[in-house]
Design a protein around this ligand. Structure first.
Ligand code: PAF
Length: 275
């Protein structure tokens, strides 16, 4: 695997790389990321992973400073997964001066769900992903469905700004007990780790209720939030939304996704399941 720390170095290497498939990450890689790398191989000639912890998408007081940086272990995993190029810039390379221009998602995407609890987050994500797209000029890019709203924001950005990039969503990878793999799972204490699969179980129950025809979406959301709260979680939301635009569905509508975010101790976990 070739490691590039500069934009110029990556661009030179990709001149003869054929069809480029990009998999952006913030590192601390787990099986979910590796599944994306493996899937990427089927979509082009050269798989390019990126590792960059993007300050712009963290709010003051969030975990930017403590976000795990595990570069050596990540490189070993990427090499074993057959990744061709890794772009791992430092902050000066990505932001040589304060970022003046930003990609601003429309309010209904930016302020809803995650955006309500992490204002500015998707602006930071969209801006860095746009920069990575400009730098690597990929034909295809993969993002995990675990960050469902992020995937939707990126898909819409690509459509609205006419970027010639195919966006592919990779399925969420779960631990045997159902917990969605996430770099932030490492923050959980042993006891919290045992409790954490409740989030997936809770949204699974909501999905099952919808599948059996329960049309009371607001009631189902409230009940799920109450169940989490009763077991020591601090839920931000459990929301039943339309898959395509995350807008509110009407009763009996199909093509839905159930999304949830909740705090367990000091760790904030998110998860979702398509109905
Ligand atoms: O999902 C992530 O790891 C990040 O949000 C991304 C897409 C790499 C942008 O920093």
């Amino acid at each position: 695997m070739h490691i590039h720390e500069t934009i110029a170095g990556l661009r030179a290497a990709l001149k003869s790389a054929g069809r480029v498939v990009l998999v952006p990450t913030m590192g601390n890689l787990h099986e979910g990321h590796i599944a994306l790398m493996t899937q990427a191989r089927d979509h082009g000639d050269s798989v390019v992973a990126t590792i960059f912890v993007n300050r712009l998408q963290f709010r003051p007081g969030e975990d930017f400073e403590k976000y795990p940086r595990t570069f050596q272990a990540d490189c070993e995993k990427l090499t074993a997964a057959g990744v061709d190029h890794l772009f791992a810039p430092d902050e000066r390379e990505m932001y040589p001066r304060p970022q003046g221009y930003h990609v601003v998602p429309p309010a209904e995407q930016d302020n809803a769900l995650e955006g309500e609890f992490r204002p500015g987050h998707f602006q930071g994500v969209a801006t860095v992903v746009m920069k990575l797209f400009q730098i690597a000029q990929p034909d295809v890019a993969l993002f995990g469905k675990k960050d469902y709203q992020q995937l939707m924001v990126i898909r819409n950005m690509v459509t609205d700004l006419n970027l010639p990039i195919e966006i592919i969503g990779g399925e969420t990878v779960r631990a045997p007990d159902g917990l969605a793999l996430s770099s932030r799972n490492g923050y959980l204490s042993a006891q919290e780790r045992m409790e954490a699969p409740r989030l997936a179980r809770t949204i699974t129950k909501v999905v099952e209720a919808i599948r059996t025809g329960n049309p009371d979406f607001i009631g189902l959301e409230r009940q799920a939030m109450a169940e989490l709260a009763a077991t020591g979680w601090v839920p931000d939301y459990v929301a039943i939304r339309k898959k395509l635009d995350l807008q509110l569905p009407s009763a009996h509508e199909s093509g839905l996704v159930v999304l949830a975010a909740a705090r367990l101790g000091s760790t904030r976990l998110i998860d979702n399941l398509e109905v």
